[in-house]
Design a protein around this ligand. Sequence first.
Ligand SMILES: Nc1ncnc2c1ncn2[C@@H]1O[C@H](COP(=O)(O)OP(=O)(O)OP(=O)(O)O)[C@@H](O)[C@H]1O
Ligand SMILES: O=P(O)(O)OC[C@H]1O[C@H](OP(=O)(O)OP(=O)(O)O)[C@H](O)[C@@H]1O
Length: 203
Amino acid sequence: MKISIALPSGRLLKDTKYFLENVGIKVKEPDSRELISSLNGYTFYFPRVFDVPVYVENGVDLGICGSDIVLERKNEVYVPVDLPFGKCRMSLIVPKGKKITPEKMEGFKIATKYPEITQDFFLERGVKVKILKLNGAVELAAKVGIADAIVDIVDTGNTLRANDLEEVYKIIDISAVLLVNRITQKTKFDFVNDLITKIRKIK
Ligand SMILES: Nc1ncnc2c1ncn2[C@@H]1O[C@H](COP(=O)(O)OP(=O)(O)OP(=O)(O)O)[C@@H](O)[C@H]1O
Ligand SMILES: O=P(O)(O)OC[C@H]1O[C@H](OP(=O)(O)OP(=O)(O)O)[C@H](O)[C@@H]1O
């Protein structure tokens, strides 16, 4: 049986390779600028991490990416199990000392790489905000004041401290997750089930 897997190029790749080896899947990275590799019946794809759920929804059997990306992209994929790495959180962040709750942010400009998660968070609270979609280095928007607040990932907190910002609310905990294509879940049920069992054992 052939299995295709979309892997997260970038910061999650090292832990992903290590983790997959522990469940019996040895990953081969592609040569030079190629984006596909194969080993032992597995084909590995290397999209940008934000696109992993798109590949899995559209026919790739399995994928690994952050749970934040699954929530943001809203693709039709099965997410059976969290993985024990890539842990961080997504928070609402403001300039230090501003002391404000999300409920008081009506009319605020919020900069983020995650417009869907941000919109859902404020909609649930009935608070209308204006979202500025950025592609990274989001802390800068709050630091220079083009936004009143930001929604972004926090891990060590070093980036916040370096930019005189602070968390006012933790929106979600994040970890890497396994994604399974909806059809694969049915047609390769035994393989998927066996993989999930192995993952649960080493978690
Ligand atoms: N400290 C952290 N900062 C950012 N992302 C983290 C951190 N720790 C774990 N992650 C996870 O890694 C993912 C981001 O990976 P990476 O940094 O490789 O991508 P990116 O730089 O955002 O995307 P790209 O390189 O494709 O533009 C996040 O979606 C999150 O799930
Ligand atoms: O709490 P910390 O340990 O400082 O980590 C959090 C920072 O790391 C990530 O940025 P990344 O380096 O991926 O760059 P980006 O903001 O351009 O995506 C994230 O977006 C935060 O900025």
